[in-house]
Write a protein that binds this ligand. Structure first.
Ligand code: HEM
Ligand code: HEM
Length: 215
C-alpha cells in the first residue's frame, strides 16, 4: 500500500523555492554590509560592496513580488489556505515541544500544518519579520527622507531581525532535513507535492480524517 496525498500544490512549491533562495541571498548579501571588518574577505575584485547592495535590493523587489503573488493566489481562492491561527496552534506547539524534549509522551492530534512551523516559520518570519525588514530596509534605502534617529532605529531593527530570521531558518532546516522523522515531507515540498498516506495518518491525523471524509 503506497497511497499518497497531495500536500503542496505546484505554485506553493515554486513559491517555497523562491523564498528558500531569496532569504539566504538576503543573508549573504547583507553580511558585508553588516560588518565589513568581519566579512570584507567577501569583496574580491571585480566584486564591489555596491554589487552586494544591488543584489540585496533586487532580492527585496523579488520578495515583494512574491508576497503580492502569494496574497492574490490565495485570496482569488485558487487554493484554500489553513494559515489562520487558533488557540489550539499554541497549545499544540507547547505539547510538541514537550514531546521533543522528552518532558511528555503525549502526542497532540494535529491537522494539516505543523503548528510550530505555521506560527514560527510562516507568520513570524515569512510575514511579520519580513514586513519589519521591508519597512526598515526602505528607511535605510532613503535616509534623506527620515530623521537621523529613525534611521538609527531602522538599522538596529534590521540587524536584530536579521539575526532572528537566520536563527529560525537554521531551526527550520534542522527540523525538515536533519530531523529524520520529518523527512517524508521533503518529497511533498521538493518533488511532486505528494506525501505518504501512512505518514499523514500518524503525524497529521485530523487532516487525514478530513481527506478520507472527502473521498
Ligand atoms: C534551507 C532550506 C529549506 C528546506 C530544506 C525547507 C524545507 C521545507 C519543507 C520540507 C517544508 C514542508 C513542511 C511540511 O510539509 O509541513 C517547508 C515548509 C515551509 N517552509 Fe521551508 N525549507 C527551507 C527554507 C525555507 C526558508 C528560507 C523559508 C523562509 C522563511 C521557508 C519557509 C517555509 C514555510 C513558510 C513553510 C510552510 C510551513 C507551514 O506548514 O506553515 N523555508 N520547508
Ligand atoms: C525585505 C526587504 C529588505 C530591504 C528593502 C532591505 C534593504 C536594505 C538596505 C537598503 C540596507 C542598507 C545597505 C547599505 O549599507 O547601503 C540593508 C542592510 C542590511 N540588510 Fe537588508 N533589506 C531587506 C531584507 C533583509 C533581510 C531579509 C535580511 C536578512 C535576513 C537583511 C539583512 C541585512 C543586513 C545584515 C544589512 C546590514 C545592516 C547593517 O549595516 O548593519 N535584509 N538592507
Amino acid at each position: 500500500m503506497n497511497e499518497k496525498i497531495l500536500r503542496w500544490a505546484l505554485a506553493e512549491r515554486v513559491e517555497h523555492l523562491f523564498i528558500m533562495i531569496l532569504i539566504p541571498t538576503f543573508i549573504i548579501s547583507g553580511l558585508p554590509l553588516f560588518k565589513i571588518e568581519l566579512f570584507g574577505w567577501m569583496i574580491i575584485p571585480p566584486i564591489t560592496i555596491d554589487l552586494f547592495r544591488d543584489i540585496h535590493k533586487f532580492a527585496a523587489g523579488l520578495y515583494a513580488g512574491l508576497a503580492i503573488f502569494h496574497v492574490l493566489y490565495h485570496t482569488l481562492a485558487l487554493r484554500q489556505t489553513r494559515m489562520g491561527i487558533s488557540g489550539k496552534d499554541f497549545s499544540d506547539s507547547i505539547a510538541i515541544m514537550k514531546l521533543y524534549t522528552g518532558l511528555s509522551n503525549k502526542k497532540p492530534k494535529i491537522g494539516f500544518h505543523n503548528p510550530t512551523e505555521k506560527l514560527l516559520v510562516y507568520w513570524l518570519v515569512a510575514v511579520l519579520f519580513m514586513l519589519i525588514m521591508g519597512v526598515s530596509g526602505i528607511m535605510l534605502m532613503f535616509p534623506s527622507y527620515f530623521p537621523a534617529w529613525i534611521h538609527e532605529w531602522a538599522l538596529v531593527a534590521h540587524d536584530v531581525f536579521f539575526l532572528l530570521i537566520t536563527f529560525v531558518v537554521i531551526f527550520h532546516f534542522y527540523m525538515s532535513v536533519v530531523y529524520k522523522e520529518h523527512r517524508p515531507l521533503l518529497d511533498g515540498m521538493f518533488t511532486d507535492g505528494m506525501v505518504p498516506a501512512e505518514y499523514v495518518k500518524e503525524h497529521h491525523p485530523l487532516w487525514y480524517e478530513e481527506v478520507k471524509k472527502k473521498e
